[in-house]
Structure formats: C-alpha cells, structure tokens
Design a protein around this ligand. Structure first.
Ligand SMILES: Nc1ncnc2c1ncn2[C@@H]1O[C@H](COP(=O)(O)OP(=O)(O)OP(=O)(O)O)[C@@H](O)[C@H]1O
Ligand SMILES: [Mg+2]
Length: 491
C-alpha cells in the first residue's frame, strides 16, 4: 500500500478513535447535565407549590391544610412545561390529584423522606398501576417538607422522560454535527501534511535513483527543519562528497594510464637508440670516425636505463615501506653547505645565485643519506627550472620540528601542475624527455615518499612565471622513538 494511504489510514484511526471517545464522554456528560438540571428545576417548582398551597394552623394544634385551588392553578401553569405534581399528606396519602395515575411512594423511598432526604428517580418505563391505569415514564424528584421538625407533606414532581430525553438528543445531535465537522477538517489537514511528507520522500527516492545511475551532481532542494529536512541535507552532503571522490578516482585513473604510457616511453627511448646503434654495428654501416661517439651514446643510454630502473626500484622500496631509515640527530645547515658546494657549478651554468638562510646550527632528526637525497633533488629542480634567478634555502626551528624552505624565482607552476608533481613520471612539460638534471619525472615522487616515511610533510606554493617554494617539515624525535633507542645506547 502506498505510504500516503497508510499515513491517512493511521491519521483517520487516531482521529476517529479520539472523536468516538470524546463523543461518548460528552454524550454521557450532556445526559447527566440535563437530568441534574431537570431535577433541580423540579425541586424549585415543588418548593413554590408548597409555599403557596400549604398552610399550618398553629391555633389548632398545627393542623395542616392544603389549598387545592392554588395547587391546581400552579399545576395548570406548569402543565405547559410538562411538569406533574403529586402531593402527599404526612401519612403517605395522595392529596392531589385525584386522577388515579399518581405514583405511589414505596416504603423504601418513604424511609428516605422521613430522614429529610430528597429522592431523585428515573422511571424509564411506563408503569402499570394497581387500578389498571398506566403512568408514563418519568424523571422525578421526591421531596419531604417539615414544620417544626415534623413531616407535614411530601411532593413528587416529575417531567416526562420523553421530553427530557428529546433535550438530550438535541444536544447530542449538535455534538455529532460538531464532531463530524472536526473529523472532516482534520482529515483534510492530515491529507495535506501526508502529501507534503510524501512529496519530499519521493524527491529523495528519485535523487537516490539518480545517484545509483552514476549522477553525483544531483542536489535536492533543502526544506523543513524536521527529520526529512535533515535527511535531505545529509543526502546533499553525501552526493557532494561522492562527486569529489568520483573526480579523484577519475584523476587517479587518468594518472595510471599516463603512468603506464610514460613508463613504456621512458624505457623505449634509450632502448631504441641502443638498438639502432647495434644494428648499425651489425651491418657495419657506422663510419669508423663515429664509432666511438656511438658507443659513448650507447653507454650513456644504458646508464640512463640503469638509473631509471634504480629510481623505480627505490621508489617501490620506499613506497612499500621496505627501506630501513637510520634516523639520527645532525646539523642540517652543514648538509645545505655541502649540497650548495656540489651544485654551485650547475647553478653558475644557469646563472643562478644560491642563498643560504639558516643558523649555523640547525638540529634535525632524520636519515642522513635520505635527507641529503631529498634536499639535493629539490635544489636540483629549483636550479633546473630557474634561469638567471635566485634559489634560497631557508632552515628554521618550529614547535618540535625543523622547517626547510627551498624557494626559487623560476618558471613556477599552475595550480593543476602543483597537484600532480608528486606523482610518478609527471613532468609539467611533457616534451622535455631528457635534460641536464631532470629526466624521468621520478625525483619528486621519491622525495614525497621519503618525507612521508619520516613522518614529515611536504607542500608546494607556486605561481606560473614567478617561482616556486617547497616547504618540508621534519618532526623531532618522538617520546616513543626515544624509549626505543634507549637500550641501544646502553649496549
Ligand atoms: N622548482 C620547480 N619549478 C618549476 N617546476 C618544477 C619545479 N620542481 C619540479 N617541477 C615540475 O615538476 C615535475 C616533476 O619533478 P621531478 O623532480 O619529479 O621530475 P624531473 O625533475 O622532471 O625528473 P627527475 O626524476 O630526474 O627528478 C618537473 O618535471 C617539473 O615540471
Ligand atoms: Mg627532479
């Protein structure tokens, strides 16, 4: 069954049960109310009847007399309101009327009257009297009247139960009408509430379907501060992160394909050169004077292949965490000075100035050889991509870490290039297949893995045409590393 019908049914059940319960209790209340009202009116009528018609003659030993004319008059006035009296003497004898349909006061009721108690009664059925006459069903009140603590009279005042009940029925009819109107209004309101809820659920369903069909761009219109509204917000957050993840997967897939193509290309170039020279030697087509040069070229290409294979192996080793880092404390500034010495010729070739900006003693905790490899690679890149500029090496202490910055004023990179430089084989300028210092696009991939295995961080900030700054952070020795090292020192 559709959800909207389920909800409507549930709403209907709740409302209907509430209305039935309300109706029943109100119905009972209205009956009690009408009956109580009738009884108290009857008492008042009976009081005024006795007031006008009963006389006690104190001169003659408190003799009680009833003025029948006055009783008749009162009766005829109240006849219109269908009130009927029966007046009894203190000896339980009917004084008025003489129509033979007067009620008889039972012994039990008479006992109550003698105790000055008012008796309220409902006779639901027509009563057959001893004389064969019928007394209609009535609602009655029996009231005793006392003079000087002596019972002098009792009055039964009654109204036809059919009249009283027709009043109750009228009230109940109005009540039912009111409740029906309430039922209709609340069902219409429930319908609109259920429809809004269902529309939003249908919207979520269609959104989920679109996501399962691979459309991660779908966003739902937010609305409502209830649980469904929150679900819509969650859904939107979910599709946004799915979209991001999907883009990342696509990017990685593109990089994987590029990587395969690049790897094949990197291997093929030197192999083609070597194979060409070997063919030349085989068929003796290389002139004598070019032979030495050809063999030199072959040797260079072989070296290049070996370097490529070694770099790949190194990368894989670091990546799979199978290298052992021999971390220790040393002075990073000394390392910078050594590297600057080694690279000063290369810097001169590119007309670059190398500037060192670090305290004489800059403590660092790292694997010495790997640290040299990292800094060497980045400074080499900086020189390679900077012409007539400056490469500044800055070293400083941070909070429990050493921060190294290598800034150049070279060609810089776009944001897109910056995202990819730590990937294997990535070269911003793909046409540059070989160069003086960089050739394989593996340098930064290795640097990245090395910094990671040191527990450090590497990042780049760059602007096309303005230059690049690489920042590397090496954390200090941790407490755990200290305790691990301690036994070694004792040995
Ligand atoms: N300082 C820099 N300025 C501009 N571009 C840079 C800089 N450093 C790296 N790049 C870009 O990042 C790419 C990747 O650098 P990486 O060091 O990984 O490879 P490579 O230098 O080309 O080759 P090698 O494996 O020999 O180091 C470079 O080809 C270059 O496009
Ligand atoms: Mg490089």
């Amino acid at each position: 069954m559709k959800m909207i019908y389920q909800q409507l049914m549930a709403f209907f059940l709740v409302i209907a049960i509430t209305i039935v319960l309300l109706g029943l209790s109100f119905g009972r209340m209205s009956k009690t109310f009408v009956y109580d009202n009738t009884w108290s009116s009857l008492e008042k009528y009976s009081d005024s009847l006795i007031q006008h018609s009963l006389k006690v003659d104190s001169k003659h030993n408190d003799r009680v007399t009833f003025n029948l004319d006055k009783i008749r008059m009162t009766q005829s006035i109240l006849e219109n309101q269908s009130v009927h009296f029966t007046v009894f003497s203190a000896k339980n004898r009917v004084v008025y009327p003489a129509d033979g349909v007067s009620p008889q006061i039972t012994k039990n009721d008479w006992r109550h009257l003698q105790k000055d108690q008012i008796v309220r009664k409902v006779n639901n059925k027509n009563a057959k009297l001893k004389n064969g006459k019928t007394r209609p069903a009535m609602i009655e009140v029996l009231k005793p009247y006392y003079y000087k603590k002596k019972l002098v009279a009792a009055v039964t005042a009654g109204a036809f139960i059919s009249d009283v009940n027709s009043n109750v029925a009228r009230i109940n009819r109005n009540l039912v009408k009111g409740l029906l109107v309430a039922l209709i209004i609340s069902m219409v309101a429930s319908f609109f509430i259920a429809r809004r809820l269902n529309r939003r659920i249908a919207m979520l369903r269609s959104g989920a379907n679109q996501v399962s069909n691979g459309n991660y761009k779908v966003r739902l219109k937010p609305g409502g501060k209830d649980e469904i509204g929150e679900l819509i917000n969650d859904f939107n957050r979910m599709t946004a992160s799915l979209e991001r993840a999907n883009l990342e997967i696509q990017r990685q897939e593109e990089r994987r394909q590029e990587f395969l193509a690049d790897a094949a290309h990197e291997m093929r170039t030197p192999l083609t050169t070597i194979s060409g020279i070997l063919e030349g030697i085989k068929y003796d087509v290389i002139p004598q004077e070019s032979r030495t040069k050809s063999i030199e070229l072959m040797s260079e290409e072989t070296q290049r292949l070996i370097r490529l294979v070694n770099k790949n192996l190194d990368f894989e080793k670091i990546r799979s965490n199978s290298i052992q880092l021999d971390k220790r404390h040393f002075n990073a500034t000394k390392v910078f000075r050594n590297i600057i010495d080694q690279l000063s010729n290369k810097a001169q070739e590119s007309n670059d100035k190398l500037v060192l900006n670090a305290a004489d003693d800059l403590p660092i905790y790292a694997d010495y050889d790997r640290f040299v490899q990292i800094v060497f690679n980045i400074i080499t890149n900086a020189i390679q991509f900077t012409n007539k500029g400056t490469v500044t090496i800055t070293g400083e202490r941070g909070y429990n870490e050493t921060i190294i910055k290598i800034a150049d004023t070279g060609i810089g990179m776009t944001v897109d290039q910056q995202k990819n430089i730590f990937e294997r084989y990535y070269k911003a300028d793909a046409s540059r297949r070989s160069g003086k210092y960089g050739e394989s696009g593996l340098g930064l991939a290795i640097v990245h893995q090395l910094v990671k295995s040191h527990g450090g961080k590497i990042s780049v900030a760059s602007k096309k045409g303005k230059g690049s700054t690489f920042t590397i952070i090496f954390p200090d020795q941790t407490a755990a590393e200290k305790t691990k090292d301690a036994p070694d020192r004792n040995n």
